[in-house]
Design a protein around this ligand. Structure first.
Ligand code: SAM
Length: 339
C-alpha cells in the first residue's frame, strides 16, 4: 500500500474497498468516542488511554513492532499482546512499570491469590485487635532515613506502621506474579490512608484524617486489579516494559516501525510526586527484604539519584521489628498522632 508520510493517517482513500472506506471514515473523524470502554481500574493512574482507542490506532497501521516510550499502565503493551505484535514500553516511574508488568503477566492461579489475600488480611486484622503500641519507636528509627523524610510527614505513625506491616506480609508471598499484583494493590491504598487528598494531582493537600485500616481497602484493590489484568499472559520475549526514558539515549535499541506517544501533561500531572508515598514504601520494602517482584526497579529513581548505602542497617532493623512484632504487626497508638 502506498503511504503518504506527511498525513496523519497514511491511507489513500482511492486504494480502499467501500467497506474499508466506511471503517476508515469512522476512524479519521476528529472525534472518537468509546462509550463502552469503562475498564476495571488496575491502579488509579492519571491520563491512561482507553484500550479500544489504542487498538484502533495500532490496527490502522498494522505495524510489526511498536514502541511506547511513556507507557503508564501498559495499555499499548496489552493491545500489542492481544494482536501478537512485538512491543517495548518505557516509563521512568517504577510503579507504572510494576503495574504494567502485573497487567501483562496476569495471575497464574486465582485460587492461590485468594488464599494469600485471606492469609494476609486475617493475620493483620487479628493484630489490630491486640491494640499493640510498642512498634512506633522501632519504626521511627529505621524509617527515619533522610530519604524518607518527605513521605514520613504525610503519615500518621499508626497508618505508616500498618502500611509497612502490609508491605512486609506481601514481601513473604512466594509466587512472583501474585506478589507483584498485591504490591500494586497495596500501593493503591497508600494515598487513601495517608494525610493527603487522594484525588489531588498537584499538591498533597493535608487532611486531618482518623486512622484508616488499609487492609479492607487493600483487599478491594486486589480484587479489582485481578479483574483488570490479562487472562492470558503476554509472551515476555515479545512484549516487555523497561524502566527508563527515551531521553537518556540508552533505553531503546533496535528499530520500531510504530511509535505511540502519550507523554505526560507537563506541569499538570506530577507523576513522581503523586506516587511518591507509594514508591518510597516500595523502595523501603525492597531495600529491606528484596522481594522478587521488586528487584528490577529503582524506586528512588528521580528523587535520590545517588545509590542508597545503608541497606544493611535497614535490613537488620526491619528484621528486628518483625521478630518483635510477629503476630501483632499493626501498631495503633492509643491517641492519634501525626508526624
Ligand atoms: C499520560 S501517561 C501515559 C499513559 C498510558 N498511555 C496508558 O494508557 O496507561 C504518561 C506517562 O509518562 C511517564 N513519564 C514521564 N516522564 C517520562 C520520561 N522522561 N520518560 C519516560 N516516561 C515518562 C509518566 O510516568 C506517565 O506514566
Amino acid at each position: 500500500m502506498e503511504t503518504d508520510q506527511t498525513s496523519l493517517f497514511p491511507i489513500s482513500a482511492a486504494s480502499l474497498s467501500d467497506s474499508k472506506k466506511r471503517q476508515v471514515g469512522k476512524y479519521v473523524s476528529s472525534i472518537w468516542s468509546f462509550p463502552d470502554s469503562e475498564e476495571t481500574p488496575l491502579y488509579r493512574w492519571y491520563g491512561t488511554l482507553p484500550k479500544p482507542l489504542v487498538r484502533r490506532v495500532i490496527e490502522l497501521y498494522s505495524p510489526e513492532t511498536v514502541l511506547d516510550p511513556f507507557v503508564g499502565l501498559g495499555t499499548t503493551l496489552d493491545v500489542a499482546a492481544d494482536l501478537g505484535i512485538q512491543a517495548l514500553g518505557l516509563d521512568t516511574n517504577p510503579l507504572g512499570c510494576l503495574a504494567s508488568e502485573a497487567r501483562l503477566s496476569g495471575i497464574s492461579s486465582k485460587e492461590r491469590l485468594s488464599k494469600e489475600l485471606t492469609r494476609i488480611s486475617s493475620k493483620l486484622r487479628g493484630s489490630l485487635t491486640q491494640q499493640a503500641s510498642s512498634g512506633s519507636r522501632e519504626l521511627d528509627e529505621f524509617y527515619a532515613e533522610e530519604k524518607y523524610r518527605y513521605s514520613r510527614k504525610w503519615f500518621r505513625k499508626d497508618s505508616l506502621s500498618a502500611l509497612l506491616s502490609l508491605f512486609s506480609e506481601i514481601a513473604d508471598v512466594e509466587v512472583e506474579g501474585i506478589q507483584r499484583l498485591l504490591f500494586v494493590a497495596a500501593a493503591q491504598t497508600v494515598r487513601d490512608v495517608a494525610l493527603v487528598d487522594p484525588r489531588c494531582t498537584h499538591h498533597l493537600v493535608t487532611k486531618l484524617k482518623p486512622y484508616i485500616d488499609p487492609v479492607p481497602l487493600f483487599v478491594q484493590a486486589a480484587n479489582s486489579a485481578t479483574r483488570a489484568v490479562r487472562d492470558l499472559p503476554a509472551d515476555p520475549g515479545r512484549v516487555r516494559v523497561d524502566q527508563g526514558s527515551l531521553l537518556d539515549g540508552t533505553s531503546v535499541s533496535g528499530r520500531y516501525d510504530f511509535i505511540l506517544i502519550h507523554p505526560p501533561y507537563l506541569g499538570m500531572i506530577h507523576y513522581h510526586l503523586i506516587h511518591r508515598l507509594a514508591t518510597d514504601l516500595l523502595d523501603f520494602t525492597q531495600g529491606s527484604t528484596m522481594p522478587s517482584s521488586l528487584q528490577q526497579y529503582a524506586f528512588d529513581y528521580e528523587i535520590h539519584p545517588r545509590p542508597c548505602t545503608n541497606r544493611g542497617k535497614n535490613l537488620r532493623a526491619w528484621r528486628q521489628m518483625r521478630r518483635h512484632n510477629r503476630g501483632s504487626a499493626i501498631q495503633r497508638p492509643s491517641s492519634p498522632s501525626r508526624n
